[in-house]
Write a protein that binds this ligand. Structure first.
Ligand code: HEC
Length: 109
């Protein structure tokens, strides 16, 4: 019984810290201007971030590639979704550490 209660408490703590990270990620995205073109669940100008996470799931190199892409901008990976609109460059407007946080947040969706 004691273990069960403990387990439940731990589970809740994990769920709560997970959503705190998500809220932080979204706040950072908002502050960085990303939400003008992105949403988690639907395409806006850029692809839905949920779809970005799905596309690169299990791809160990994706984090670096996406960090570079957010820093330098680029196009061509989502033509069928965006019609060929480019992703603008964000470095140095957004700090490198924040870009890494944003990519981690997106890939964890
Ligand atoms: C002006 C609109 C716009 C803004 C603002 C914008 N994006 Fe994008 N984003 C795009 C478009 C368009 C694409 C699709 C590019 C492509 O086809 O390769 C994209 C793609 C992406 C991808 C996937 C890249 C890939 O190669 O698969 C990530 C990750 C991303 N954006 C993150 C961000 C982050 C983080 C921010 C804020 C710092 C941001 N975007 C701001 C338009 C935007």
């Amino acid at each position: 019984m004691k273990n069960k209660v403990l387990g439940l408490g731990l589970g809740l703590a994990v769920v709560m810290s997970g959503s705190a990270v998500a809220a932080e990620g979204l706040d950072l995205a908002k502050a960085s201007g990303c939400l003008a073109c992105h949403a988690v669940e639907k395409k806006v100008v850029g692809p839905a971030w949920q779809d970005v996470a799905a596309k690169y799931k299990g791809d160990a190199a994706a984090r670096d590639v996406l960090v570079s892409k957010v820093k330098a901008g680029g196009k061509g990976n989502w033509n069928e979704v965006t019609g060929g609109v480019p992703m603008p460059p964000y470095s140095p407007r957004v700090a490198d550490a924040d870009i890494e946080k944003l990519v981690d947040f997106i890939l964890a969706l």
